[in-house]
Design a protein around this ligand. Structure first.
Ligand SMILES: [Zn+2]
Length: 378
């Protein structure tokens, strides 16, 4: 039987400086190992992004592990070499060590123990998660759909854990939408304000009203939605001109009580009321980077929870907090949850993960695959 050392594989991946969207040979490393394990592999380049889809078996049920080999830029302040993958005092250092090269290595290391699955195991690995996320998971999922391949369940290996690996399972994510608003009045002389229409107090009123509004009280699985202003600009350097326009921008992180449409309508309604009263015009533009989703607790989440409890001695906390991940695309195809390493250092200088955590995650993934194919949660 082939054995794969999770640490050695994680190190080999970190040593490829795959700063998004560059691949730098990371997918080659992974593809070679998966081929050795009998997987049929497909390289799927879209635009400037390379992706890898590998599958073992051709029957249902089909369990997919999703992840990314790209990493965020190094940034400043490193004491360690970000691409040397050195282990010091039992801790593996390197960009991607936590987010999420080591989780991919842990999953691959769990595979030889499973043998030939009674169904299919696949890996959907993109090089475009930390960047635009346009030519990665989304395109691979479309490619799978066009081929008639159906995934039954998916685990994304993002670093979801908090204090120890396995303590937290993400069963959903909040959505995120960015707004830009502009209030247009009439420019004029500060000495003759009645001949102008100052947009600044109008924008200030909009900001106050939107920022103080409680969007909801949260749900059983989600915290309350939040709205945060990121800027408020007039850009007027003069002292004697009332400006014609004033702008602001804000972000809403929303739970499954809202949709991008409901939020856009709400913002427009509020602004119409305030701007109309003041006799000003306004524009609103928005860009959605992800909608909220929830994989409702059921057979699949129970299987994972029970398995994790058996391995680490405690059941994972079901969470929906944090930013967005590629699970936001996968949720349209099958139930998806996220389970990975502790993420305390992700995107930071001296990103690292204890080697023991990688070993623990390998054990969790191995037990999960065994449990999944012993009694598929369908
Ligand atoms: Zn990640």
């Amino acid at each position: 039987m082939i054995t794969i050392d999770a640490l050695a594989l994680a190190q080999a991946l970190i040593r490829r400086p795959s700063v998004t969207p560059k691949d730098a040979g990371a997918l080659d490393v992974l593809e070679a190992v998966l081929k050795e394990l009998g997987f049929t592999t497909h390289r799927l380049p879209f635009g400037d992004v390379d992706n890898l889809y590998a599958r073992l078996g051709d029957t249902a049920p089909h369990f997919c592990f999703a992840g990314h080999t790209d990493v965020v830029p190094v940034g400043d302040g490193w004491q360690q070499d970000p691409f040397a993958a050195e282990v010091k005092d039992g801790i593996l250092y390197g960009r991607g060590a936590a987010d999420m090269t080591s989780a991919i290595a842990a999953f691959v290391a769990a595979l030889p123990g499973i043998g030939k699955p009674k169904g299919s195991i696949s890996l959907l690995i993109t090089g475009d998660e930390e960047g635009a996320a346009v030519n990665g998971t989304v395109k691979v999922l479309e490619w799978l759909k066009a081929r008639g391949e159906k995934i039954d369940h998916c685990v994304v290996g993002e670093p979801t854990s908090v204090a120890r690996t396995g303590d937290t399972l993400k069963i959903g994510r909040r959505g995120s939408i960015n707004f830009k608003i502009t209030v247009t009045g009439v420019q004029g002389h500060v000495g003759y304000p009645l001949k102008a229409k100052n947009p600044i107090p109008v924008l200030a009123e909009v900001v106050t009203q939107l920022a103080s509004h409680k969007l909801d009280k949260g749900t059983e699985h989600f915290d309350p939605s939040t709205l945060a202003f990121t800027t408020m600009d007039v850009g007027n350097d003069t002292t004697n001109v009332i400006p014609g326009q004033a702008r602001a921008a804000f972000n809403i992180r929303f739970n499954d009580k809202h949709t991008p449409e409901s939020l856009t309508n709400w913002v427009s309604d509020r602004m119409t009321q305030i701007a109309n009263q003041a006799g000003c015009e306004f524009t609103v533009t928005s860009q959605t980077s992800g909608v909220a989703f929830l994989t409702a607790p059921g057979k699949f989440t129970q299987l994972i929870s029970d398995t994790v409890a058996k391995v680490i001695g405690e059941s994972p906390f079901f969470s929906t907090s944090g930013g967005t991940s590629d699970a936001r695309f996968i949720k349209d195809f099958c139930p998806v949850v996220e389970l990975g390493l502790t993420g305390g250092t992700m995107h930071k200088a001296d990103e690292c993960v204890p080697v023991a955590e990688i070993t623990a995650l390998t054990g969790i993934y191995a037990a999960l695959l065994k449990a999944y194919f012993a009694k598929p949660p369908i």
